[in-house]
Design a protein around this ligand. Structure first.
Ligand SMILES: Cc1cc2nc3c(=O)[nH]c(=O)nc-3n(C[C@H](O)[C@H](O)[C@H](O)COP(=O)(O)OP(=O)(O)OC[C@H]3O[C@@H](n4cnc5c(N)ncnc54)[C@H](O)[C@@H]3O)c2cc1C
Length: 336
């Protein structure tokens, strides 16, 4: 375990916000967490800072930031085509995906190149190109900060939804995810229905695991800004889920408005990027904050922006979308 005081967070959040935290502790797993529990660390302000790719700091953090550093991936069981794999919270997410692909295991390949660590992946049920991490999670191992005990929760009980889970709601601030148990398959199961993934994979020579991973990485590189070059946290907003009637009323007015199916019955998903563009925000910036030119969902730090400036910018966009379409777009990023 390593402990630091007054740590600069600029290089520890992909938005590149120049905040400071009073204390940071790098811990290596459950034994370290038990020691921190015995020391009473969870009695004062604390939070897990994992890869920092879904967090916006609006001020300095006056508590303890806990950062997992344990990185381990291993096969824990096999049954027919199904292979159980356990990865610890501090494992880089894309290392896990690359490992799965290299071992001929299907399920995670569409989630290639999503920044962050494995322990954060269930929090917002990360998703991309028609796959969500819930599709491959068997269970999540937790450390309960009120009792100091370890608990395992089945994926089916994590209340996963669109960029949502029990960890963002009733268990927020009560547990630390220490490992995730995945169920992957040796049987080919390409999911290529989303956007131009089928075409890109075909151009690479067909739907092998390696080609799907390469295609996803290529599409992402072309579409999303690299946080090392321009600070951002990926999609800042979630696509709004609205009742079907609301969508039909809007469609009557805006014939070109995209509508997508939603897992919520009686509801559909609208494209937040389209709503933002049509509200007059395409490519706009205000001071040190802007909308990425190729992806309206992504707010970028143009250099030296504060978290408060980002929030002000985002709030204006939300208000304009609400005014024009009567639809509220929620934030996906965790604002601290
Ligand atoms: C360029 C870019 C592209 C992106 N693309 C996608 C995408 O395609 N799909 C997608 O879903 N997301 C995407 N994201 C968002 C982000 O990568 C994911 O949300 C990722 O899972 C965050 O991981 P992290 O380790 O950086 O978490 P952090 O940002 O450090 O933390 C996120 C939240 O989870 C909590 N948390 C983290 N670890 C734990 C833990 N072990 N136990 C309890 N709570 C924890 C934190 O306290 C915080 O509230 C993108 C981000 C960027 C910058």
């Amino acid at each position: 375990m390593r402990e630091y005081k007054d740590i600069k967070l600029k290089d520890r959040n992909t938005f590149g916000i120049d905040a400071v935290c009073a204390e940071m502790i790098e811990y290596a797993g459950v034994e370290d967490l038990k020691e921190l529990f015995a020391r009473g660390v969870f009695g004062s302000r604390w939070m897990v800072l994992s890869g920092g790719s879904n967090i916006l700091f609006t001020e300095d953090f006056d508590g303890v930031l806990l950062h997992p550093v344990d990185s381990d991936i291993r096969i824990t069981g096999e049954c027919g085509d199904m292979v159980s794999v356990r990865a610890t919270a501090g494992t880089d997410w894309d290392r896990f995906v690359g490992w799965s692909v290299a071992n001929g295991l299907w399920g995670a390949e569409n989630l290639s190149a999503i920044p962050g660590l494995v322990g954060a992946s269930p929090v917002q049920n990360i998703g991309a190109y028609g796959v969500e991490v819930k599709d491959i999670i068997r269970s999540v191992e937790l450390f309960a900060v009120d009792t100091g005990k370890e608990v395992t929760v089945a994926g089916a009980h994590c209340d996963f939804g669109y960029r949502d889970s029990i960890f963002k709601r009733s268990l927020k601030g009560k547990v630390i995810i220490t490992a995730v148990n995945f169920e992957l398959s040796r049987r080919e199961n390409p999911v290529l229905g989303y956007g131009d993934l089928y075409e890109k994979t075909r151009m690479l020579g067909g739907a092998t695991l390696e080609n799907i991973r390469r295609a996803v990485v290529g599409i992402r590189d072309a579409k999303l800004p690299d946080p090392k070059v321009m600070g951002n946290a990926g999609s800042f907003f979630k696509n709004p889920v609205v009742p079907e009637e609301t969508a039909l009323e809007l469609k009557a007015k805006y014939a070109d408005m995209p509508i997508y199916p939603s897992q919520q019955s009686g509801c559909v998903k609208l494209a937040a990027g389209w709503l933002i563009d049509k509200s007059g925000w395409k490519g706009r910036s205000l001071g040190r904050v802007g909308i990425h030119e190729r992806q309206a969902l992504v707010i970028v730090n143009l250099g030296g922006a504060t978290g408060k400036e980002v929030v002000e910018f985002a709030t204006r966009i939300q208000a304009d979308v609400q005014y024009k379409f009567g639809v509220w777009i929620d934030t996906e990023v965790n604002i601290v």
